[in-house]
Write a protein that binds this ligand. Structure first.
Ligand SMILES: Cc1cc2nc3c(=O)[nH]c(=O)nc-3n(C[C@H](O)[C@H](O)[C@H](O)COP(=O)(O)OP(=O)(O)OC[C@H]3O[C@@H](n4cnc5c(N)ncnc54)[C@H](O)[C@@H]3O)c2cc1C
Length: 306
């Protein structure tokens, strides 16, 4: 089973890059012969990340007097990704490691290895990343939202209807002709039953009921769609924006990419890791991609919870 279009090449593939800005991994949209839209992998787009500028620290550093040489902190010639720069500065302020004997940016990999080895994960909480996820199913996101240190905003099935309805094909169905055909037939059927139910609820639903006040258009649409969504399956796509700091993302990645984690969320979390590791290799680069018995790659790290 190779749910990820990149398959096992995931380990050696070039880092995911968007046309401009922050890393992303997109997922193609497919259609059945009848036109029902579906996806086979998670689309992952970083839409917000730290923007670190330490220049404002100058008066603070100068205030300790010239003997300590703290102002040199701002003249480190080696650039770091914004999240690593932020977390390293926060960690070094803890011990006032700001003078000439501090760990410089060129040795930041050693600095972060030490943070992970010591379990000083609070330093990683300063860097936060917001991701737009699509091509993920309702059942996958039901598992994702259990992680209370992440924040979520998800498409509402009460507000949006048939025009944005798409489905997600599970990893197990994709390589099996029979399961794949059954999936396509099922989502075609589901789409037409959903449209038919919306139509009959429109005719017989709240606006048509005698006696009560006539609901406004939005309220009427909500009343129809909140009832019609009852027939939508777990394999309905449920796009969402998820925000979390690097420490929280690391823990979720570790839990949900273990070999015994459910395959759809495992495949999606591997793609999330690839995008985050491309943006911040020092904060996420200690995970190793491994083969799992079911063919969906897993990840391991010596630092699963810091
Ligand atoms: C492979 C797998 C299978 C699963 N199967 C099931 C299942 O069958 N049924 C089911 O219901 N769930 C299941 N889950 C979900 C699981 O029980 C957790 O809800 C989920 O993994 C979130 O983990 P967490 O609470 O550690 O993380 P978060 O909610 O992100 O919290 C992060 C950390 O904060 C601390 N923390 C957060 N809240 C509290 C609190 N109230 N008190 C004390 N410390 C807190 C803990 O240290 C916690 O690890 C499964 C998860 C995995 C990975």
């Amino acid at each position: 089973v190779h749910p990820d279009p990149d398959g096992k090449a995931v380990a050696c593939a070039a880092p995911p890059q968007p046309e401009a800005g922050l890393p992303a991994l997109h997922a193609p949209v497919r259609r059945t012969a009848a036109g029902t839209a579906y996806l086979q992998s998670a689309g992952v787009i970083i839409i917000a990340a730290p923007r670190t500028d330490l220049a404002g620290m100058a008066p603070f550093l100068e205030g300790f007097g010239p003997d300590l040489g703290f102002t040199e902190y701002l003249r480190d010639p080696d650039p770091l990704a914004p999240g690593a720069l932020l977390c390293k500065a926060a960690g070094q302020i803890c011990y006032a490691s700001l003078g000439p004997r501090r760990t410089r940016n060129a040795a930041a990999d050693r600095y972060f290895r030490n943070i992970l080895d010591q379990g000083h994960g609070s330093v990683l909480e300063h860097a936060s990343y917001s991701l737009l996820l699509y091509g993920v199913s309702r059942s996958m996101t039901m598992e994702l939202i259990r992680h209370r240190h992440l924040s979520f905003s998800q498409v509402s099935q009460r507000y949006v209807g048939a025009d944005i309805l798409r489905f997600v094909e599970r990893p197990e169905f994709q390589p099996d002709d029979e399961l794949h055909r059954a999936f396509e037939a099922r989502i075609d059927r589901c789409r037409s039953e959903y449209a038919a139910l919306i139509e009959s609820l429109r005719q017989d639903g709240p606006s048509a009921q005698a006696g009560g006040p006539i609901p406004r258009r939005t309220e009427q649409r909500k009343a129809v769609q909140q009832a019609a969504r009852a027939l939508l399956p777990n394999e309905t796509e449920a796009p969402l924006v998820v925000s979390g700091n690097a420490r929280a993302w690391r823990q979720v990645i570790a839990l949900r990419t273990a070999p015994h984690a459910e395959p759809e969320i495992r495949a999606a979390m591997v793609r999330i890791w690839r995008v985050l590791a491309a943006a911040e290799p020092l904060l996420f680069g200690d995970f190793t991609l491994e083969e799992a018995p079911d063919g969906v790659p897993s990840l391991s790290t010596p630092h699963p919870k810091v």
